[in-house]
Design a protein around this ligand. Structure first.
Ligand code: GTP
Ligand code: MG
Length: 238
């Protein structure tokens, strides 16, 4: 399990060559202490999600009230559990300390925004990036440059200030902004990936890659329709 894995990494040994039993108890105690620290840390990241979610909801409600239409179709948030956080730190060789984890793992807080059109994806990203209290730390544009498997989405790591009793904490939040077609593709790919434990048979890999092209083409067609309905607008159909 996780604790075995962690212990192995902790001691810089393989699972077959664990430290002697006398050492294990103190290590486990330290590990549990770390897990407790991570659990406390999660609260800050939940606040980060809350702050950015409010921003997204404000945009959405504003659009809905003014235009009877919103470029935002749906919004989902997720907070990495303390166990997933530990597992990721172990997997990527991050030091099992709070500062290292905070510096190196920037998807503890996640928000996924689904839009109707590709132009809306960039538009939402621009509107959020322009907000004074959000700092964009990183951008990955998998729409302009899809992954080899066909994955498309716009990823932003933004940092948001969270004001606590003792002062301000700057919390990174991973934003995944994508169209409904991209989201449909990604959720199916995710299921296949899990079912086949990361080793997709080649005919399925080819199939999912092709489905990605079909999704991209659908986005293009929908975009053209949108442009024909409203050529001048930047996303809004009022
Ligand atoms: P992680 O360590 O997995 O978080 O990835 P990363 O640090 O390399 O960042 P990247 O921006 O490439 O991916 C972040 C997240 O995007 C993932 O955790 C997934 O939620 C999503 N994602 C990235 N690639 C794929 C993919 O090929 N398929 C699916 N379904 N989702 C993906
Ligand atoms: Mg991730």
């Amino acid at each position: 399990g996780l604790e075995q894995q962690l212990l192995a990494r902790w001691a810089d040994r393989t699972p077959d060559d664990l430290p002697d039993p006398a050492q294990i108890d103190p290590m486990l105690a330290q590990l549990r202490a770390l897990r407790d620290e991570f659990t406390r840390l999660q609260l800050y990241y939940q606040f980060g999600i809350d702050e950015v979610s409010t921003k997204v909801n404000i945009l959405r409600q504003e659009f809905e009230s003014i235009h009877d239409y919103s470029p935002i179709e749906h919004v989902r948030t997720r907070l990495k559990s303390a166990d997933s956080l530990l597992a990721k730190a172990v997997r990527q060789g991050t030091d099992l300390t709070l500062p290292a984890v905070r510096a190196e793992i920037r998807d503890i807080a996640g928000i996924r925004i689904t839009c109707s059109f590709v132009s809306d994806v960039y538009w939402i990203a621009e509107m959020l990036s322009a907000q004074q209290d959000l700092t964009v730390l990183a951008t990955k544009d998998y729409i302009a440059a899809p992954k080899a498997n066909g994955y498309r989405s716009l990823h932003l790591i933004v940092e948001v200030p969270v004001f606590l009793s003792a002062g301000v904490e700057h919390i990174p939040v991973e934003l995944q902004i994508r169209t409904i077609a991209m989201d449909f593709w990604a959720s199916t790919e995710h299921k296949l990936f899990y079912k086949y434990r990361n080793e997709l048979p080649s005919h399925l890999a080819a199939e999912i890659e092709d489905a990605g092209r079909v999704a991209a083409e659908l986005d293009e067609r929908m975009g053209r329709l949108r442009d024909e309905i409203r050529p001048r607008d930047h996303g809004v159909l009022d």
